[in-house]
Unconditional design. Structure first.
Length: 367
């Protein structure tokens, strides 16, 4: 396996006792609504990866009544949301999500997602140790500043071509996940089994007309040279260059002592998860992915301020049969996320800046 150890974001250390599974705090319980209600929020975001993005998300919650024993121990009886989101750099992320923590008054929890995602500027910096090399493109020097690197990429060469899309490709990924969790020991431990289905369509920019800069920095269009993705595919370094079906079995277990799942002040959340892709599920790929993660929350002065110290550590490994377009997935039992890089996993780096067969991550923050 290629080895990749991610940069570590150092902040405040989280040190605290491992709490027992507690009911919702008195303050949060007093604010919790009875019955059902609809709410929503506009979505707005900006990053160098996606540009300026906007959209909306609408929620429906059903909490039940206060005399229901589940009212004081669950965030809701079920929750559904619908999201539409698009950005100026060509990202679309449309999402339908359903979550029922105590399905039909049982110890089972149902989670399901349907997602349509497309990013016409999806990043690819290589895999494993190749992604750790300094930024460069064919014929260029190496760069320590991404802004300088990006400007150099876009500037046309003497032959009138450009490398402006050297580290990008167009990725379209509709898919879905459904999982069932079984609770044990007063909801502290949950065992998970589920299925994931996804189809990837890949479009490469090599030889296409793309945005570029002339020698004076003026915006023009020019022919794109060979991208890094096309070069690595031609060299036989990647699995999954043709895209296709990526279907897998999900198995996991978690330990949860958070006081209030949507917005915890204390407690820990430990989870481990395994994805097993197989042709038996209609997948075009056979591989295994395993992850172990630990999150902790501690309120040092709960009587004086709503201040929380939070931390997270993650270790992931996957076999060489994994397609490159899914190797950035961290399969958290609650909500799989992409990294390393971007605001979800490694802030300050481009999305998918570091991807490999083995990845680790440590974050700490003050909330």
């Amino acid at each position: 396996m290629r080895m990749l150890v991610a940069a570590v974001i150092v902040g405040l250390c989280v040190v605290g006792r491992v709490a027992y599974a507690d009911p919702i705090s008195a303050d949060d319980l007093a604010k919790k609504n009875e019955g059902g209600y609809v709410t929503g929020l506009p979505l707005a975001a900006y990053s160098t990866d996606i540009g300026l993005g906007g959209g909306a998300r609408a929620y429906y919650y059903w909490n039940g009544s206060r005399d229901d024993p589940r009212f004081a121990s669950t965030p809701y009886l079920f929750r559904m949301f619908v999201q539409a989101f698009a950005s100026t750099r060509g990202l679309q992320f449309h999402w339908i999500d359903f979550d029922a923590p105590k399905l039909l008054d049982s110890p089972y929890r149902l989670r399901s997602q349907l997602i349509y995602a497309r990013n016409i500027n999806n990043n690819y910096f290589g895999l494993g140790s190749r992604s750790l090399a300094p930024l460069s493109f064919p014929g260029s020097k190496t760069y320590s500043s991404f802004s300088d690197y990006s400007t150099a990429e876009q500037t046309i060469g003497a032959d009138g071509t450009t490398y402006s899309k050297y580290n990008q490709y167009d990725l379209e990924k509709p898919g879905g996940i459904v999982s069932l969790e079984r609770s044990f020991l007063d909801d502290r431990i949950r065992a998970l089994a589920g299925l994931g289905f996804m189809y990837a369509k890949i479009r490469d920019f090599s030889g296409k007309q793309v945005d570029a800069l002339d020698a004076n920095g003026n915006a023009i269009t020019a022919t794109m040279n060979q991208t890094k993705l096309a070069a690595d595919c031609a060299a036989g370094l990647l699995v999954g260059c043709a895209g296709g079906r990526d279907n897998y079995l999900r198995l996991g277990i978690s330990y949860d002592t958070r006081d209030y799942e949507p917005d915890p002040n204390t407690g820990v959340f430990l989870d481990t998860e395994v994805d097993l892709a197989t042709v038996a599920l209609g997948s075009q790929y056979d591989y295994a992915r395993a992850m172990i993660a630990a999150r902790g929350y501690y309120s040092p002065i709960p009587d004086r301020a709503d201040l929380v110290l939070a931390g997270r550590a993650v270790l992931l490994g996957q076999t060489n049969g994994a397609p490159f377009f899914s190797m950035d997935t961290f399969p958290f039992t609650e909500d799989p996320r992409l990294g390393l890089g971007g605001h979800r996993t490694l802030r300050g780096y481009r999305q998918d800046r570091f991807v490999g067969s083995v990845m680790s991550l440590v974050n700490a923050e003050v909330r």
